[in-house]
Design a protein around this ligand. Structure first.
Ligand code: PLP
Length: 480
């Protein structure tokens, strides 16, 4: 290799390798059901198979692809398998994969409007589109005081919302002098762990996160929230942030946003609504009722990287007052200054997130929305919701099983009546079988199985097959 030949792929070689890569992905997807959904790899298996040192000499793309197949694939859990019923889905539809490829091909870093105007403007535009598609409050649109931004995760969105809330509550003092232990945050006992993580990172401290009681449907009790806020106020603390969840992770419960927003308004706390998983359902007008009250939220997020067919990572995050966010996060060193930013007429998304740099994620979302159109996205969501209702009917009809929570959209929480050990074994044996994968939670301190229907290739046959497997294993694990 000479100085003027550093070994970069020339356009022809890139095309040949690129075709092979795309063929590999297409073949993988066509045959995804041949693999056990949950990887059977043992801890350390891959590392033991990899060379101890990085290669000194470059290797052929074909050789690397062979190793992908031979070494990497056994360590993959197949989130794109239609038998994936674990956690929540992480759909990576083909148009989104192509969007990701185009984004990587452009290789843009969109920290400032000036570093690629299209990266910023497409993002703002597509998030405005989503406001309309999901029936969100017009106040989240970028042509008013609000605006949307793509974050890497709902966790980051919650953190940014909390930092904005912290700054609003302290008039900018906490950025300068730290928190001082008086600020308090609130979320239901069912809120995602990312809220506690945000509270830790933002410096409030876990002890200053109040876990509010839930009702029998696992939704936050607004009157309990009010009582805690008032008590904290009376004790000289500053209630600054409330997170309501639209679709909790454990059971899919919806906290009642309207009364929670009323409490926040009255007592001056920032309301963030976490719709990470369920948010995609609002594309169907008939599924919007549980989102009522979002007009009262200061911020809202949901993950197109879960149920809206856009590959990880892609969290849509909106604020009603973008200045509250940028006031908390903006720092302007000389080396980032430029004419466009100085005019104040452009959006610099670096001020809306934790990192400085950012990928061109809007491209994949744009491809998804354009390829499918709202109509086909709605049809997919409706089919999953209908399958979940059907599954719940089968569970209800089998006396050995019970529903553990009201069915929420595509999520069915259930358990065998035989107790925790039976459910644990049932789940492990189902997952070891390889055709389906589901995970668990605890509800009312009892082990609960979560059957989460949302993988975009899942059809009725996959659900019936998995349910029949559950029944057959139950026969074995806990004979009548
Ligand atoms: N919030 C809820 C309700 C979730 O269900 C999840 C993940 O499943 C998260 C937040 C965290 O999402 P992310 O991985 O985007 O941070």
């Amino acid at each position: 290799m000479s100085d003027d030949d550093p070994g970069h792929m020339d356009p022809e070689a890139f095309l040949v390798a690129g075709r092979r890569a795309l063929e590999w992905v297409a073949a993988y997807r066509a045959g995804v059901e041949r693999h056990p959904v949950l990887s059977r790899a043992a801890p350390g298996e891959l590392r033991d198979a990899l060379p101890a040192e990085a290669p000194e000499r470059g290797e052929a793309f074909e050789t690397i692809l062979e190793d992908l197949e031979r070494l990497i694939l056994p360590g993959i859990t197949h989130w794109q398998s239609p038998g994936f019923f674990a956690y929540f889905p992480s759909n990576a539809s083909e148009p989104s994969v192509l969007g990701e490829l185009l984004s990587a091909g452009l290789g843009v870093q969109g920290m400032l409007w000036a570093t690629s105007p299209a990266c910023t403007e497409l993002e703002a535009h597509v998030l405005d589109w989503l406001v309309g598609l999901l029936g969100l409050p017009a106040g989240f649109r970028s042509d008013g005081a609000g605006g949307g931004v793509i974050q890497d995760s709902a966790s980051s969105a919650a953190l940014c919302a909390l930092v904005a809330a912290r700054e609003r509550a302290t008039g900018g003092e906490s950025n300068r002098r730290g928190c001082g232990g008086r600020l308090v945050a609130y979320a239901s006992s069912q809120a995602h762990s990312s809220i506690e993580k945000a509270v830790r990172i933002a410096g409030l401290g876990s002890d200053n996160l109040r876990r509010i009681e839930v009702d029998e449907r696992f939704a936050m009790r607004p009157e309990a929230l009010r009582a805690r806020l008032e008590a904290d106020r009376a004790a000289g603390r500053v209630p600054c942030f409330v997170c309501a969840t639209a679709g909790t992770t454990s059971s899919g419960a919806f906290d009642p946003i309207e009364p929670i927003a009323a409490v926040c308004r009255e007592l001056g706390a920032w309301l963030h609504v976490d719709g990470a998983w369920a948010g995609a359902a609002a594309i169907c007008p008939e599924l919007r009722a549980p989102f009522a009250g979002l007009e009262g939220a200061d911020s809202y997020c949901f993950n197109p990287h879960k149920w809206l067919l856009t590959n990880f990572d892609c969290t849509a995050f909106w604020v009603a007052d973008r200045r509250a966010l940028t006031a908390a996060l903006s720092i302007s060193p000389e080396y980032l200054r430029n004419r466009a930013s100085d005019t104040g007429r452009v959006t610099d998304y670096r001020d809306w997130q934790v990192p400085l740099g950012r990928r061109f994620r809007a491209l994949k979302l744009w491809l998804v929305l354009r390829h499918y159109g709202a109509e086909r996205l709605r049809a997919m969501i409706r089919s999953h919701v209908a399958l979940a209702a059907e599954l719940a009917g089968w569970i209800g009809a089998d006396p050995r099983f019970e529903l553990a929570a009201p069915v929420s959209l595509g999520l069915v929480c259930f358990r065998h009546r035989g107790g925790d050990a039976v459910n644990q074994e049932l789940m492990e044996r189902l997952n070891a079988g390889g055709t389906a994968y589901l995970t668990h939670t605890r509800l009312e301190n009892r082990l609960t199985l979560r059957f989460s229907i949302g993988q975009y290739r899942t059809r009725r046959g996959h659900v019936t097959a998995a349910w029949e497997r559950v029944r057959a294993i139950a026969e074995d694990v806990a004979p009548a």
